[in-house]
Design a protein around this ligand. Structure first.
Ligand SMILES: N[C@@H](CCC(=O)N[C@@H](CS)C(=O)NCC(=O)O)C(=O)O
Length: 219
């Protein structure tokens, strides 16, 4: 048994981030699926937030996908997923934060307001504005690609990819779109789709649609 165990849920985009990091760094791990709709008592006792992902390593636990990925990077130096230069590290952290602090709240709002069409035009425009910001302030200024920071894949790429994988559901159900001029972003998606870490963790659009339709139809 590997000395790293990841508690996960197959549809969870946050857990996918951590699975991608472990695969990118070639770290053997045991994957334990947790039924989040019927949480086992041992999981409730173990997980302070009652959420996945949760990483067990050397008798300790780490939770929150972003912190887990930082821990993986710190504890396993092989195949680095962060730049060495302090200013590049700071920029990586800015873009890791942008995903959870700015892009995802805009995506969540589209779901939260699904019964209120009067708000959806603004919500769609906000999402487009965030992608445009990523394109011009992030990707185009930071590097020529193919990855977020340049030639090497990093924790920034892993932060976004599970949500970009699910974005076609936001398009199909609620009309959100990545603006046409986000060409570098679209090239980034193509590069990410070729990574082993993506191919080994990706689910089909139909699989995601089953879950997003449930959100759409929930009261
Ligand atoms: N901020 C957390 C979010 C994790 C999260 O929301 N996980 C969901 C599954 S996708 C979960 O465990 N939900 C169970 C619950 O909230 O009871 C992270 O980045 O790890």
């Amino acid at each position: 048994m590997a000395d790293v165990e990841l508690l996960s849920y197959e549809a969870c985009p946050y857990a996918q981030r951590t699975r991608m990091a472990l695969i990118e760094k070639d770290i053997p791990f045991t994957l334990t699926e947790v039924d989040l709709y019927n949480k086992p008592d041992w999981f409730k006792a173990l997980s302070p937030y009652g959420k996945v992902p949760l990483l067990k390593h050397k008798g300790d636990i780490v939770y929150e996908s972003r912190i887990i990925n930082e821990y993986i990077e710190d504890a396993f130096p092989q195949r680095p997923l962060m730049p060495r230069d302090p200013i590049r590290r700071a920029k990586a952290r800015i873009w890791i934060d942008y995903c959870d602090s700015y892009l995802m709240p805009a995506l969540h709002k589209l779901i939260a307001d699904r019964r209120d069409p009067s708000k959806q035009e603004k919500n769609r425009a906000d999402i487009a504005e965030r992608f445009t910001f990523i394109e011009h302030e992030g990707l185009r200024k930071l590097s020529g690609g193919p990855y977020w920071l340049g030639d090497d894949i990093s924790l920034v790429d892993l932060q976004y990819m599970p949500f970009i994988e699910r974005f076609p559901c936001y398009t199909e159900l609620w009309g959100a779109a990545i603006p046409d001029d986000c060409t570098r972003l679209k090239e980034w998606i193509t590069a990410m789709e070729k990574r082993d870490s993506h191919r080994k963790t990706v689910s089909t659009h139909e699989y995601h649609m089953v879950r997003y339709r449930r959100y759409d139809q929930a009261a």
